[in-house]
Design a protein around this ligand. Structure first.
Ligand SMILES: Nc1nc2c(ncn2[C@@H]2O[C@H](COP(=O)(O)OP(=O)(O)O)[C@@H](O)[C@H]2O)c(=O)[nH]1
Ligand SMILES: [Mg+2]
Length: 356
């Protein structure tokens, strides 16, 4: 009763609730590890919502993750990413491998009926315990999309999916972020989408490890693949020049042709992914990807924690006063940010004086 408030900072929220969520998060993690699909789905929702249960579940699973090959699949809408991922899932299953998919959907909230077409395509795996398909909204992640994705993949990794595909629509900054955290990034290109290579327009070639010209059954597919290869060879000349000057060599993507609809080229693509993954384990590229993932997770969590601390009742008034002072140009935003950080780092983490 007489415990000082500072010892129980979240007493108002209710320690029972916090503890209960942590317990339920660990319980979900345990059940997910035991192969319970509904528990896995529920845990991923908690993680996506960055709830206390999600945090507890992720923390208990984290030591078991770290082995999966995270493959980012991006490219213009309609290029055939979902069809190709479905074909890759089929190929992986034929080889007896467990595989998971996270489809990042720009439009819908978590529970919305997104990617209907994809769901239908994936229906074939409804009873298969070694396939797990999940859609995730691309907006509304407090710490950012990349950290939310890393967290979801860590859970899938821990519960036994050594191969995880993350499909993103290749149109925005978030896709480049996902590419940065993936072990391997596949950029999908379709031949009929005009002469210019869409991947170049979107700046996606820079993030590609593999470029797949999909819809190989359509006219122009072979030509598109040759054009891409020629272009990337020209790039290679620049690479050598860059290398001579001591700058790090930009990576040059391999170009493959596939027809996701009938599966041609898909086995070759999966083999190329495996080869690339093995090679990167040796050349240090894998460690670079892991560090990028760890950084994204840490940055996201730090941003979330900082925001949470700025919104405690004690700090919220000060934060609002800072916003008002900035808007009135009585204080510049840098000074205000520094001042808020000073307040947070005071012993007890609360404001001492009034504003400013
Ligand atoms: N002809 C042909 N059509 C394809 C192929 N792959 C996908 N498609 C079609 O292209 C359309 C878009 O495919 P989808 O996988 O949803 O593309 P996404 O938006 O990139 O995920 C669908 O109508 C697919 O059936 C292919 O290899 N050949
Ligand atoms: Mg799709």
């Amino acid at each position: 009763m007489s415990a000082p408030a500072v010892d129980r900072p979240s007493a108002e929220v209710g320690p029972r609730t916090e503890l209960g969520s942590a317990r339920s998060g660990r319980d979900l993690a345990e059940r997910a590890l035991g192969g319970e699909r509904r528990a896995l789905a529920r845990l991923l929702t908690e993680i996506e919502e960055r709830s206390a249960a999600g945090e507890a579940g992720l923390r208990s699973l984290y030591p078991m993750a770290g082995a999966a090959h995270l493959v980012g699949v991006t490219g213009a809408p309609g290029s055939g990413k979902s069809t190709l991922v479905a074909a890759l899932v089929g190929e992986a299953r034929r080889g007896g491998r467990a595989v998971a998919v996270v489809a990042i959907d720009p439009s819908s909230p978590i529970t919305g009926g997104a990617i209907l077409g994809d769901r239908v395509r994936m229906q074939a795996y409804a009873g298969d315990r070694d396939v797990f398909i999940r859609s995730m909204a691309s907006r509304g992640h407090a710490g950012g999309l990349a950290p939310a994705t890393v967290a979801a993949v860590a859970v899938l990794d821990a519960v036994g999916f050594p191969l995880v595909f993350v499909e993103t629509v290749g149109t925005g900054q978030s896709e480049v972020e996902i590419a940065a955290i993936a072990d391997t990034t596949v950029v999908v290109q379709a031949p009929e989408m005009g002469d210019e290579v869409q991947a170049i327009k979107a700046g996606l070639l820079e993030v590609a490890d593999l470029v797949v010209v999909n819809k190989g059954d359509r006219p122009g597919a072979h030509r598109a693949a040759s054009q891409l290869r020629a272009m990337l060879t020209v790039g290679a000349v620049h690479d050598r020049a860059a290398n001579a000057s001591g700058r790090p060599r930009p990576k040059r993507p391999e170009v493959l042709l596939a027809t996701a609809l009938d599966g041609s080229g898909v086995a070759e693509l999966l083999a190329a992914l495996d080869r690339r993954h093995a090679a990167r384990a040796e050349d240090g590229g894998q460690q670079a990807a892991r560090l990028a993932r760890a950084r994204a997770e840490l940055d996201g969590i730090l941003a979330e924690r900082l925001q949470a601390r700025l919104h405690t009742p004690a700090m919220a008034a000060l934060t609002s006063a800072a916003v008002a002072a900035i808007a009135a140009h009585e204080m510049d935003p840098y000074a205000a940010a520094d001042r808020l950080l000073d307040e947070l780092s005071r012993p007890g983490g609360g404001p001492g004086r009034g504003w400013p």
